[in-house]
Every structure is written in structure tokens, then in C-alpha cells.
Design a protein around this ligand. Structure first.
Ligand code: 26V
Length: 819
């Protein structure tokens, strides 16, 4: 595929010749092979090592620059970073993709094929983890000193296999071939302490905490460079790995018992960074998960404080030099841990430590689903982290006393706002109390936080609450995923959009231009054919690239309502079988997504999609007018293939439940039309593109919340009142595995309003088909979506965080020497 003007540096052929030679030499030096003998993995590793060299120089310069100028840093703490592949993304940001592509092509090496040798770094579940990865890209590209702090899970999110329509989970051993982008920094290891006992002792006129009999775990950082685009910045994603200091076993006292004990100990320690927990939205109080959270928080903060002290500044000024952002409550232990470090290790008093901590920490909430709000049993926290628990108790006591002064006698209110209540530590309350700011991730979500989830806190400290609507990096989701569209944009509006996504608006005048529409349509067609070829290859299924590609890809969850989509498919299928010559626009419905391993309902949804696919795809009567596809193992790389091919983007969550959504933004950026509810960021997408360029249906959040308040609605009434509803639901009983879905919807009173929204969804789908038939209108809508996608770039989001919360200045790295 041709590179974009943005990524090609038309360098002299001498450059290319040099690069080719360098590649051949390195292949010989590293593997002792000629190109003929080399495997694709060898080739990948050689190219990655060459790119790494370009990065390393800049990395060192950036770090030196930050240190010498004492640039304020933000550290983004997250249990998840869903970064996907890095080779092409790094080359694009370095501006060397075109050069490498051309030089290697002359050797017969297709770099886009070689890229596939890289395992996706799937260290996240979905939106929250991918958002963290998009933020890192924007930070580096906008010259902000911002770094990620996470865990180097040995196993990422499970690999999904579909067998007979069922999901099976396999371990994701992503490091098995080595990972060329990481650098182990053994000299920067720190110790994290678990368990034991804490005594308070008087020493020099103050109380000192003495921690004894604890278990010491070594945290070793692995650094991954985060490369800026068209600048010199290279920031760092620091991932921590748990290791033991003790040798695997002690040779001097070698015995079976000692050996087994030593090995058991080693495995227990390493377990901490062994696996990423799959999110089933239901927060389970698992000890290992709590260990992971503290491990991340303690290791990360220790390294931050150590670095800060090397600057020679007083800790009192920490908030002027450091911002710590917590991605959901998962790293909320930063609050007590920073207090511990400041008091126990640095000797500050409570009040000063509290001033510093609450000046440094910022918290983003990502969900309103009550079952996902984190709580830890007090007994568990006390025995695993005795000192941290003491500090949380103190935070709680002081906070409750403060509340008592504002609301004397209002026990109920104080209980609901307390950090510790009913023998549980409420992490969201801890995060709100201990941070300078609390934000939601879309306008409506922030409003729901203020009116509902954090209502009492909002009344108490309204100044802390603010909105930061999510964004996605258009460099990965447009420039990398859709190179043909990127090139078309370069040719039409110039290449500046890569660093200035707001420039996409210059596309607006072209939306109604037939010549431009034709070029735009050609790009979409190419992307659809690319996906069709993949489907043919993977599933042996031929799909029609001229049909509407109607796509829903995301985690499988009841509130995201893949079920509503399937019921619509069944409805269309029923209509077609009843009337085979019905004139409908051919459609290909494409699904992908993982269900949490213990989330039975979601797994049945996957089975249902596959059952419906088997039924529809094999029915000759409907003459290929409908096709249903479930693609297994959805991950970042698959998303990059699927999203550019979409015509319709399904964003159909129950209004009020999806905090923001970010897939919706990736689709619009690639010229898909959203069919969606007034939920999350869909609302802002509608504001941006205008009512005519989006297809909206369904209950509003206000209506849904009202129903919830009044005990829901009567699903049976809906079932009996609409023949179409009854027909599609009854059809579920054809499949034994779908009885659970039928029962859940009807007998649990349709918690997610699938039946209630069904008729308006059908009507919206009919509108979509009608628009698609009018190609002038359709492409006009699609181009509008691209033109107004600039706002949904994470560059805009990050600028809002940096200016509004973190108070960062852009640090434009000037590379003065040694190059
Ligand atoms: C919960 C749990 C609980 C058990 C262990 C692992 C785990 C991991 C994650 C979660 C909560 C996930 C919350 C989340 O992903 N929220 C999504 O965040 C996106 C970025 O802000 C947003 O676009 C989505 O709407 C929101 O669902």
C-alpha cells in the first residue's frame, strides 16, 4: 500500500541504499543469515533493532532535557495499557515509515507483512486500557512530559478461540519471542513490602512506624519508549515486573524441602505480575488483584520520589513538579502510599503530607456500573498492607470529622461518603477525598457522576468535579489504520492534520463534491475488500464488499447490547424468508469482542451470534442478502483492520450506561456513520457532526434513569404488545444455549431495555438503509464525520488535562548535540 505524504520522506536514493546495506549487515551480525535464509521473525527483529537505534538517541536527549530544565512531569498510573503493535506506529511517528517501506521493498521485503510478526501487547481489557495508550501517544506528540506507569504482565488478555460457536480462552504468552521495545532497568529496581506487622514508636519527639516481618518483593522496571510525531520527544512507559531477590534455591543447604520452599516462594512473588485480570465488570475482592494494585502504586511512587529528590528540590514543592493521574480507582492506593512515603520515609507531618498528596493526585472515573465500583474488605487490606490500612483509617477518621462539622448529625450522609464503611474500603471515595480533581469521560457521564454516583461529594466539594471528554489518537486510528484515507487527506487538505487534527475540518467543503466523494468511496471500497479477504481467509466465507458493512466490535457486555443488534438481524431474516424477493440493501453484520471468562450471559451472546451466523449464512432462500460474521480474538491490530472498512458503526448501549465509548470516535474518523443511542460520547459526536449526519434512536438517559428509579418497566408487556418482538425472542428458543438470554430478558425485566428500544432501532436501521441507497447523501454524511472528528482526537483531550488539571507546559526538545 502506498505511504502517505505524512509518512514518506522522499529521501535521496543514497539513503535507501544505505538503509538496505545496514539491514543486510545487521541480519548477518545478529543472526548470521542472508536474506534468503532469514525468517520473517528474524527480519522483524532486525528492523525493530534499527528503529530502536533511532529512538534511543532521542530518548536520551529527552530525558536529559527534562532533568536539566526540571520540567514538570505527569505520570499516568494505569493497571492497563493496551498498546497494540509498535513497529509501524513508531516508524510513522519518526517519519521514517516511507523510507523503510521503499528501501525494504527493493529487497523484496513487505514491511506491512513483517509487522504481523509483532505480538500485540494486549495489556488491557478494552476502552480504559486503550485510552491510556492513546494518551501516551498524544502526550509525546504534543511535547508534554508525560509517562505511563503500569504492570508488565507476563500474560496479557487471554486469546479468544471460537469453537462450535463457543468462546474458549487461551493464555496470551506475548513475550515468548522476546519484545524488542523494552529495556530492563535492573539498577532502578525498588522493594515493595507486603504483610507483617507495624508498631508505632516514639523517636525524637514524634511517632515513627516500624514495619516488621514483611515480605519483600523486588519490582524491576522495564521501559518502553513512547515516540512523538514530527518532534524529538521520546517519553517512557514504565512497566513493573515482580521478582524475588533470593536465589531460586540455596545450594549450600540444598535439600528437597528447601528447594520446594524456595521455588514456591519464587512463584508466589512472580504471580504478582503474571496475569492481567479480565474485567467482568463485577468487582471481585481478589487478594492477588489487590497485591497487583499496591505493587504498581508503591513501585511507581518510589521511583518518582527518588527521581524528584535527585533534582535537589524540596518535597514541599512536589505538586509544582509532579502530577499523578489515576486511571479509575485501580491505582487509588497512591493516596495512602504517597502519604506513607512522605511521612515514614521523608519525615513530614500529616498535614504537610496531605497537602502535597492532594495537590499531586488526579482521578478519572470510567464507569457508572455500580457492580464495578471497587471495594476491598478491611480485613484483607489490614493484613496485606498493615501500614497502608492505618493511613486509610486515619484519612477516613479525619474526613468523617470534617463532614460532621458540615453535616452535624447526618449519619447516613457521612456513612455514604466515608472511605471505610460496612467493613469495606470504598476506593472511589478514597480517590475523591485524596485527589485534587475528579473527572468523567464525556459530558453526560460527568453529569451522571455529579447527580448520581458522587452526588454527595459534588454537594460537598463541587470545585473538584470536571469533564474531560475522551479522545483517540488519530495517528494510529486514521494515519496508521487507514493509509489510503490518510493520503487522500494529505492531497486534499495538506499534511498538517497529523499534528493538528482540528485541521480535518478543512474537509467540510469537499463533503458535497462528487469528485471527492468518488475518491473517498474508492478508499472505503478498498478497505472493505481488504477486510473481506481476511474474512474469506479466516472463515472461508465470501462476503459482498458492496453490501453495507454494519459493525459492532467491543467487549461483549449486556449493557452494550449486542443482543439488540442480533434481534434486528433475526427480524430482517424473518422478513426475508417470508418474502424472499423483498428489496433490501444487502448487509454484512460483523461482530468481534471478548467476553470475560466468568460472564456467562456474555458468552451465550457470542454463541447466539455464531448460531445466527450459521443459520443466516447457509440459507439459500435469502440469496446472500444478509451475512453474519463473528471474528475471533478482537484486539488492537484486528480493530485497525476492521474499523476502516465500516459503513455503519453500532454504538447502541443502554442510555446512561456507557461512560463515553471510544470505538465510536475511531469509526467516525474513518468515515462510518454512527447508529447509536444518546449515550456517552455519542451525544457529543451528534453535536459535532449535526443531527443529519448521525442516526439516533432509543430512550434517553433521563428516561432510563427514571425507569430505574421506579423499578424498571414490564418486559412481558413489550413482548406481548409487539408481534415483531415476540417473533424474534421466541426464535431464541430454537437454540438450547440461548434460553438463558430469553429468560434473562423476560424474567429479569430486561434490565438493559433491549425490548423497549427494539422498535425505534428497527426504524433507525431502515433509515440507515435508505440513506445508503442515496450514495450522494451517504458520502456527504461520511465525509462530514471525518471532517468533525478532530475534536475527538486525544490531542484535544490531553491538552485539556495538561492545561486544566496538570498545569504542564509544552517542552519542545531541542536536540543540541551529538547527532
Ligand atoms: C473493572 C475491573 C474489575 C475486575 C478486574 C479487572 C477490571 C478492569 C476494568 C474494570 C472497569 C473497566 C471500566 C472501563 O473500561 N470503562 C470504560 O472506559 C472507557 C474509557 O474511558 C470508556 O470509553 C467506556 O465507556 C467505559 O466503559
Amino acid at each position: 500500500m502506498a505511504p502517505t505524504a505524512n509518512c514518506i520522506f522522499t529521501r535521496p536514493s543514497a539513503d535507501k541504499a544505505m538503509l538496505r546495506q545496514q539491514f543486510i549487515d545487521r541480519l548477518a551480525a545478529l543472526y548470521g543469515k542472508t536474506l534468503d535464509e532469514a525468517s520473517e521473525l528474524d527480519i522483524y527483529n532486525v528492523i525493530a533493532s534499527m528503529v530502536r537505534e533511532e529512538i534511543n538517541r532521542r530518548w536520551a536527549v529527552t530525558n536529559r532535557y527534562y532533568k536539566e530544565r526540571k520540567v514538570k512531569q505527569v505520570y499516568y498510573f494505569s493497571m492497563e495499557f493496551l498498546i497494540g503493535r509498535l513497529l509501524t506506529a513508531n516508524m510513522l511517528n519518526l517519519g521514517i515509515y516511507g523510507l523503510y517501506k521503499e528501501a525494504l521493498a527493493e529487497l523484496g521485503v513487505d514491511i506491512d507483512r513483517i509487522e504481523q510478526q509483532e505480538q500485540d501487547a494486549g495489556l488491557g481489557n478494552g476502552g480504559l486500557g486503550r485510552l491510556a495508550a492513546c494518551f501516551l501517544d498524544s502526550l509525546a506528540c504534543m511535547n508534554y512530559a508525560g509517562h505511563g506507569c503500569g504492570i508488565r504482565y507476563k500474560y496479557g488478555l487471554f486469546e479468544q478461540k471460537i469453537i462450535d460457536g463457543h468462546q474458549f480462552e487461551l493464555p496470551d504468552n506475548w513475550l515468548k519471542e522476546g519484545y524488542p521495545w523494552e529495556v530492563r532497568k535492573a539498577d532502578k529496581a525498588v522493594t515493595v513490602r507486603f504483610g507483617g506487622q507495624v508498631r508505632l514508636e516514639e523517636s525524637g519527639g514524634r511517632l515513627v512506624a516500624v514495619h516488621e516481618n514483611y515480605e519483600a518483593v523486588k519490582a524491576v522496571p522495564y521501559d518502553i519508549p513512547v515516540v512523538g510525531c514530527n518532534n524529538k520527544t521520546v517519553n517512557t512507559l514504565r512497566l513493573w515486573s515482580a521478582e524475588t531477590d533470593k536465589p531460586d534455591f540455596d545450594f549450600s543447604t540444598f535439600s528437597r524441602g528447601n528447594y520446594l520452599k524456595a521455588m514456591e516462594y519464587k512463584y508466589a512473588v512472580e504471580a504478582i505480575s503474571q496475569i492481567l485480570y479480565p474485567d467482568d465488570t463485577y468487582q471481585e475482592g481478589r487478594l492477588l488483584r489487590l497485591k497487583q494494585q499496591y505493587f504498581l502504586v508503591s513501585a511507581g511512587l518510589q521511583s518518582i520520589v527518588r527521581r524528584y529528590k535527585k533534582l535537589g528540590e524540596n518535597l514541599h514543592f512536589l505538586p509544582d513538579y509532579v502530577a499523578i493521574h489515576i486511571n479509575d480507582t485501580h491505582p487509588a492506593l497512591v493516596v495512602p502510599e504517597l502519604m506513607r512515603i512522605l511521612m515514614d520515609e521523608e519525615g513530614l507531618g500529616w498535614d504537610e503530607a496531605w497537602r502535597i498528596t492532594t495537590g499531586c493526585v488526579f482521578y478519572t472515573n470510567h464507569t457508572v456500573m455500580p457492580e464495578a465500583l471497587e471495594k476491598w474488605p478491611t480485613d484483607m487490606l489490614r493484613s496485606l498492607l498493615p501500614r497502608i490500612y492505618m493511613i486509610i483509617e486515619e484519612i477516613n477518621e479525619r474526613f468523617c470529622r470534617e463532614l460532621w462539622r458540615s453535616y452535624p448529625g447526618d449519619w447516613e450522609r457521612i456513612r455514604r461518603m466515608a472511605v471505610i464503611a460496612d467493613n469495606m474500603v470504598h476506593m472511589a471515595n478514597l480517590a475523591v477525598v485524596g485527589s485534587a480533581s475528579v473527572n468523567g469521560v464525556a459530558k453526560i457521564h460527568t453529569e451522571i457522576l455529579k447527580k448520581d454516583v458522587f452526588k454527595l461529594f459534588y454537594e460537598y466539594c463541587p470545585h473538584k468535579f470536571n469533564n474531560k471528554t475522551n479522545g483517540v489518537t488519530h495517528r494510529r486510528w486514521l494515519a496508521k489504520a487507514n493509509p489510503l484515507l490518510a493520503r487522500l487527506l494529505d492531497e486534499t487538505i495538506g499534511p498538517a492534520w497529523l499534528n493538528h487534527p482540528e485541521d480535518l475540518v478543512f474537509l467540510h467543503p469537499y463533503a458535497s463534491d462528487p469528485a471527492f466523494q468518488a475518491r473517498f468511496a474508492k478508499v472505503k471500497q478498498f478497505n472493505k475488500e481488504r477486510l473481506a479477504a481476511y474474512i474469506q481467509d479466516r472463515l472461508g466465507l465470501a462476503i459482498d464488499p458492496c453490501s453495507i458493512f454494519d459493525i459492532q466490535v467491543k467487549r461483549i457486555h449486556a449493557y452494550k447490547r449486542q443482543l439488540l443488534n442480533i434481534l434486528h438481524i433475526l427480524h430482517l431474516y424473518d422478513r426475508l424468508t417470508a418474502q424472499p424477493d423483498l428489496d433490501i440493501v444487502p448487509r454484512t453484520f460483523i461482530f468481534a469482542g471478548k467476553a470475560a471468562p466468568g460472564y456467562y450471559f456474555a458468552k451465550r451472546i457470542i454463541k447466539l451470534i455464531n448460531d445466527v451466523a450459521a443459520l443466516v449464512n447457509s440459507d439459500k432462500r435469502i440469496c446472500d442478502k444478509l451475512k453474519v460474521v463473528f471474528l475471533e480474538n478482537y484486539n488492537v491490530s484486528l480493530a485497525e483492520l476492521i474499523i476502516p472498512a465500516a459503513d455503519l458503526s453500532e454504538q447502541i448501549s443502554t442510555a446512561s450506561r456507557e461512560a463515553s465509548g471510544t470505538g465510536n470516535m475511531k469509526f467516525m474518523m474513518n468515515g462510518a456513520i454512527t447508529i447509536g443511542t444518546l449515550d456517552g460520547a455519542n451525544i457529543e459526536i451528534k453535536e459535532a457532526v449535526g443531527d443529519d449526519n448521525i442516526i439516533i434512536f432509543g430512550l434517553t438517559a433521563g428516561e432510563v434513569l427514571n425507569y430505574y428509579k421506579n423499578g424498571g418497566y414490564n418486559a412481558w408487556q413489550e413482548y406481548h404488545g409487539d408481534k415483531r418482538v415476540k417473533a424474534v425472542l421466541d426464535r431464541l428458543l430454537t437454540w438450547e444455549d440461548s434460553r438463558l438470554i430469553y429468560d434473562t430478558v423476560l424474567n429479569n425485566n430486561d434490565e438493559f431495555f433491549v425490548l423497549k428500544d427494539f422498535s425505534t432501532y428497527i426504524e433507525a436501521q431502515e433509515r440507515a438503509a435508505k440513506y445508503y441507497q442515496d450514495s450522494g447523501k451517504w458520502w456527504n454524511m461520511a465525509i462530514h464525520n471525518v471532517a468533525y472528528a478532530g475534536y475527538f482526537s486525544s490531542d484535544r483531550t490531553i491538552a485539556e488535562y495538561a492545561i486544566g488539571l496538570w498545569r504542564l507546559n509544552r517542552a519542545v526538545i531541542v536536540d543540541s548535540g551529538g547527532q
